[in-house]
Design a protein around this ligand. Structure first.
Ligand code: ZN
Length: 227
């Protein structure tokens, strides 16, 4: 599908900001506040519209999440839902009630469905407490279409910048604590530079990251095949 131009004035500001990121900045690259203002000179709320994109799975890091950035810089980490496509940009803040929010987080077991961290924990190597939020996730459906479903995600996963600080000593310590069999298994994965997951484990990992409505569908398929 052809992408519309970010300069198309008929589109809303959030959509144009998303298109600008893709067309002019590119994933992984840094942009400055003045570049953004120059691109959208008539829009006073451009920073807010840019932040709104995070509700649609877009990861845009500031210097809070990415210490390499200066205060006037942001990094376009990852593209999210293509909000310029029809029906994909319903505002989540107005669409999700407080009750719905509680229900979704409870159904998701109070864990971030992207990294598995749970509420009340702090991130490894920091005192920052986990805050859970609702994200929209595009889920490929059995009929080939995509649906946008709500899922619990922690603030870090939503913003991007997760895993920026790697902890080598912790990994080495963990390796030293392994038994002989586990060490051999790990050495095999390292040599192949990939972990051979069993089909069951792969299914489990995929199942676990699905939003609640989709997890229910999988459960129903299993139940209908039982006995
Ligand atoms: Zn997370």
């Amino acid at each position: 599908m052809d992408m519309p131009s970010w300069q198309d004035q008929k589109l809303g500001t959030m959509k144009r900001a998303a298109l600008w990121l893709v067309a002019e900045v590119g994933e992984g690259n840094v942009f400055t506040k003045s570049q953004l203002r120059d691109a959208f000179p008539d829009t006073s709320q451009i920073d807010r519209r840019m932040r709104d994109l995070r509700d649609f799975g877009w990861q845009i890091a500031t210097n809070r999440e990415d210490p390499e950035l200066e205060a006037h810089e942001q990094r376009f980490v990852l593209q999210g839902i293509p909000v310029w496509e029809p029906g994909k940009s319903t505002r989540p803040s107005t669409a999700i009630s407080a009750t719905q929010r509680r229900e979704i987080i409870s159904r998701d077991g109070y864990i971030c469905r992207s990294c598995g961290i749970s509420t009340g924990e702090s991130y490894e190597g920091s005192h920052e407490l986990v805050q859970l939020d609702i994200a929209r996730r595009e889920v490929l459906q059995p009929d080939g279409s995509t649906a946008v479903e709500l899922v619990t995600e922690c603030k870090r996963c939503r913003v991007g910048g997760r895993g920026l600080v790697a902890d080598l000593p912790a990994v080495i310590e963990g390796v030293q604590d392994l038994g002989a069999y586990e060490k051999k298994l790990l050495a095999g994965w390292i040599a192949a530079d990939r972990r051979e997951l069993s089909a069951l484990e792969q299914l489990w990992a995929h199942y676990r990251s699905l939003p609640g409505a989709s997890r229910d569908k999988v459960r129903k398929v299993l139940e209908s095949n039982e006995g």
